[in-house]
Ligand binder design. Sequence first.
Ligand SMILES: O=C(O)CCC(=O)C(=O)O
Length: 273
Amino acid sequence: MFAERECRGSPEARPQLKCRPLCSISRVARKGNAVTAPFAADLASAGFEVVDAGLPAEQLEALRAAVGPVLAAHPGRGGLRNAANLVPELIPVISGPLKSLARSRLGPNASGVRVLLFDKTAMTNWKATWHQDVTIAVTEQRAVPGWGPWSSKDGVWHVRPPASVLAGMLTLRLHLDPCGADNGPVRVIPGSHLLGRLSDVEVEAAVRRGTTVECVVPAGGVLVIRPLILHSSPPAVVPTHRRVLHVEYAAAPLPDGFEWAEQDGRASVPEAA
Ligand SMILES: O=C(O)CCC(=O)C(=O)O
């Protein structure tokens, strides 16, 4: 939906995150398959994992308190772009513990390049169809072979970059509320990130062939996904709040003279010519 249909403070000064895997992912019953749990995922082969962000309960509560009024001011919108601009309290998390987690997977130079905030409620109860995340946000539109198509979303240029850019990215989705099977959780097809960029027909075939895993995540858990993993989400059966801080991290600066639109939640300022 936001994709392709389409952690202030010095992070280095913070203690190294010890992210323990959460055994809270269950295979979804599809076409009569039995539900089995738990499902332990290895990021490299499965394309996703669920870990504990290690945030104290008070910090999670403070984050919920900070995002609540902003989300309430945008009723009916399931997702907000440039989220750290709207909720500056998110920045220490984006440039601190979440960035440490991203760096442990992507390497020492990883930084946050796009921040979204989601809430699936009775008013916003969306369904996301199966897709890969293939667009990124950049500071300006330029005609360069291998980059495109282009679109402008909330005043920010978005583009499909070469596949090599996506290969160096990871999305961390910090759950501020518990997300159970009834809250419209994200579903993934393990291993599908290894298939490369897929056409609509190939997406359908991969979903038919693959096993669907429903990512049930407790409050304070982080769903980590590779951009190319096939994912979707159903409407909530019991809509409450399902608030998620979604941060896309990249291992390196962009090639071909492009610049990421955001750096750890702050809008990038394009260099003067
Ligand atoms: O939060 C969701 O339900 C799905 C979001 C999603 O698919 C995406 O951001 O690409």
